[in-house]
Design a protein around this ligand. Structure first.
Ligand code: FAD
Length: 257
């Protein structure tokens, strides 16, 4: 068992392998198993694909594929989820490099198979997306401040396989006024706070991996400045921490080809 400070550092690292594994699982398994996607569900899918096509970290071939899937969803009135799943599977089987990692968990690996994995990867992917939409559009005032949050909200509502999680998230979105988020940086902080609320609720729950106890994030050991002397959060410092951790330049390519 590695020392706890190493586990803690690993926790606050973002791995390309986790992001890609979450993306592939999402498009093959969750979108891929949805039949006849239309109406509000199709709008949610289009919003999700738009953010992925523009901000998900992939090479040229990967970006091309995401743009192709997004265009397909834009022009169709009804989308069969399995068509999207098929495109991902075909891309995986081809020799041109679309994905750069094996489909495995690294930072999101649980201490046994029932723990962590996909939900962990999905959180990381959406934190990454909120931070990167903010990073890329720092000077672009016309960007919708809720671009990444809306994509996540719609995705979780219509596609996320954990029904309880989806209901909790929708309730939280209303209570925490997701619609009132007014800047790209506030979107980063909104998701951080929402995730911390979930961590608190699940602390000690049966679903908690005993090797990765749920705690308020970031841990003091990783960001001392994130807390004021009275233990309240210093949100400016938290924002800096999140922007650093989830920045595209800090993704770890360990295990990638
Ligand atoms: P996770 O909570 O999945 O976190 C993954 C990684 O994100 C951590 O390792 C850390 O690096 C980072 N992180 C942690 N907190 C923060 C933060 N505040 N800000 C930024 N980064 C952070 N499970 C349930 O049992 N009930 C639910 O209602 C429920 N709702 C969910 C809703 C959503 C939208 C999602 C995506 C998942 C939900 N889950 C729920 C699953 C649960 O939140 C965890 O994902 C799962 O238990 C695995 O936990 P984990 O230890 O891997 O860490």
């Amino acid at each position: 068992q590695p020392p706890s400070y190493l586990v803690q550092n690993m926790q606050d690292s973002v791995f390309q392998m986790d992001l890609e594994t979450a993306l592939r699982y999402s498009l093959k398994r969750e979108v891929g198993s949805s039949k006849e996607i239309s109406g509000e569900k199709l709008t949610a899918l289009r919003n999700y694909l738009e953010v992925l096509a523009d901000y998900f970290p992939l090479g040229l071939n990967g970006k091309k594929l995401l743009k192709q899937i997004h265009s397909m969803a834009q022009i169709s009135q009804v989308v069969q989820g399995n068509e999207i799943g098929k495109l991902i599977k075909e891309a995986e089987a081809e020799s041109r490099q679309v994905f750069s990692t094996p489909q495995k968990w690294l930072g999101c690996q649980g201490s046994s198979p029932e723990f962590r994995g996909y939900p962990c990867g999905l959180w990381k992917m959406f934190h990454y997306l909120t931070v990167n939409v903010a990073e890329v559009n720092a000077k672009n005032r016309s960007t919708n401040p809720r671009l990444a949050l809306q994509a996540m909200h719609g995705y979780v509502k219509h596609f996320f396989g954990c029904a309880d999680c989806s209901e909790h998230f929708q309730e939280m979105a209303i209570r925490r006024k997701i619609e009132a988020v007014a800047s790209l940086e506030d979107a980063v902080l909104w998701l951080w706070q929402a995730h911390n609320e979930v961590n608190k609720r699940l602390s000690g729950d049966l679903t908690e991996d005993p090797k990765f106890p749920k705690m308020e994030f970031p841990d003091k050991r990783n960001c001392q400045r994130c807390r004021n002397p009275d233990e309240s959060w210093d949100s400016g410092e938290v924002l800096k921490y999140l922007k650093r951790m989830y920045s595209s330049v800090n993704i770890h390519y360990m295990g990638a080809d």
